[in-house]
Design a protein around this ligand. Structure first.
Ligand code: OSB
Ligand code: MG
Length: 369
């Protein structure tokens, strides 16, 4: 347990190497919040993946800034000592805002690991020293552009490709990529863009040997996912639907999906991610670690989480150069020839924040107190 002396929060904006388009919208500049905790001579970091637009989640940079500064930070700053369990207990009374709370929890995990001179992966119970990864490909203007983009990623060494889809840009995209790569591990992600009325399109997709179909329907629509799963062979993977262990358990009980994408942010923090991991590992439910275009800070946390034994499928954790020309943390993550990325071994998150780069990307900064 440690006393939190001060917290620094920054709104950071970083230009992506290429615009990222999903069924929800397009991102060229990626905004996030970076937290720095100061505690008894140590410093730790957290990343909040809420963006500038409430597309993936209702949370935005500004809602996260508000609930963190007004409600979550005071819990930490007024306590004599803090750690992850005491933060979770204290924050129980605050409803929702998982992305904001997860960022603060990340900072506490980094701090705890540094206090114990351990890596975050070690502290979480990670076993792998490198994790299999793939790449998430945004919606492209046409099939030939898509094939060109996929070819570049395959040449770079990615051995699992995820295509973003939306109505009107789905089966054609899959057909094009499958035609060129008959054996490539391939999956799609709809980010909730469909309705149960679209079941025939998914039945047609069944013929293309996809690893999975991610989140076809609304996040709160487990029932229709289970109706669809009964009609197709391809496993459904849930992302937006899984907000914690309860949704994971209920989704699996009604066969609304057979694979889970775990994002520590979406489930409100690494501790809840561990709980889902424990539940699914005992039931042989395949897991993989999702991504939110994180900077090197959030990516380090994802790699630590993905090093747990239950994360058996390749994660959306690509190399740093797939996202940013300049990152705020070093070392940059690079893809190994076997389509894996090394899990950081240094203390805590295992990355060093480049303060000059961080300042260059900062739009707004505030210290508490
Ligand atoms: O649905 O998995 C998603 C990025 C932003 C929001 C939602 C999603 C994504 C991705 C990108 O697919 C994954 C990555 O970080 O590479
Ligand atoms: Mg997704």
């Amino acid at each position: 347990m440690m006393h939190i002396d001060r917290i620094e929060m920054r709104h950071v904006r970083m230009r992506l190497v290429s615009p990222f388009r999903t069924s929800v919208g397009v991102e060229q500049d990626r905004d996030c919040l970076i937290l720095r905790l100061f505690s008894e001579g140590l410093q730790s970091w957290g990343e909040c993946v809420a963006g500038s637009f409430p597309g993936y989640s209702y949370e935005t940079i500004d809602t996260a800034w508000h609930v963190l500064s007004e409600f979550f930070f005071p819990l930490l700053l007024k306590a004599n000592s803090m750690d992850v369990p005491s933060f979770r207990r204290a924050a129980q009374g605050i409803r929702g805002h998982p992305l904001a709370r997860a960022a603060l929890e990340m900072g506490l995990w980094d701090l705890e690991a540094k206090r114990r001179n351990a890596s975050l992966a070690n502290l979480l119970g990670g076993e792998k020293d490198r994790v299999p990864v793939g790449v998430s490909v945004g919606i492209q203007p046409d099939s030939s552009t898509l094939l060109q983009v996929v070819a570049e990623y395959v040449e770079a060494g990615y051995r699992r490709v995820k295509l973003k889809i939306e109505p009107g840009c789905d089966i054609g995209a899959v057909q094009a990529v499958r035609g060129e790569y008959p054996a490539l591990p391939l999956q799609v992600d709809a980010n909730t863009a469909y309705e149960i009325e679209n079941v025939e399109m998914f039945e047609a997709m069944d013929a293309y040997h996809l690893l999975m179909i991610e989140q076809p329907f609304a996040g709160d629509d487990l029932l229709d996912h289970s109706k669809l799963q009964a009609r197709i062979e391809t496993p459904i993977c849930l992302d937006e639907s899984i907000r914690g262990l309860r949704q994971a358990r209920q989704a699996l009980e009604i066969d609304a999906g057979r694979i889970l994408n775990i994002k520590q942010a979406r489930v409100g923090g690494l501790q809840e991610a561990l709980a889902i991991h424990a539940y699914c590992s005992g039931r042989n439910v395949p897991l993989w670690c999702g991504g939110m275009l994180e900077t090197g800070i959030g990516r380090a946390a994802n790699l630590a989480l993905a090093s747990l034994p239950g994360f058996t499928l390749p994660g959306d954790i690509s190399a740093s150069d797939r996202y940013y020309i300049d990152d705020i943390a070093t070392p940059r993550f690079t893809l190994n020839p076997d389509s894996t990325i090394d899990v950081p071994r240094g203390e805590g998150l295992g990355v060093t924040v480049d303060m000059d780069a961080l300042r260059r990307f900062t739009l707004r900064s505030q210290s508490y107190p």
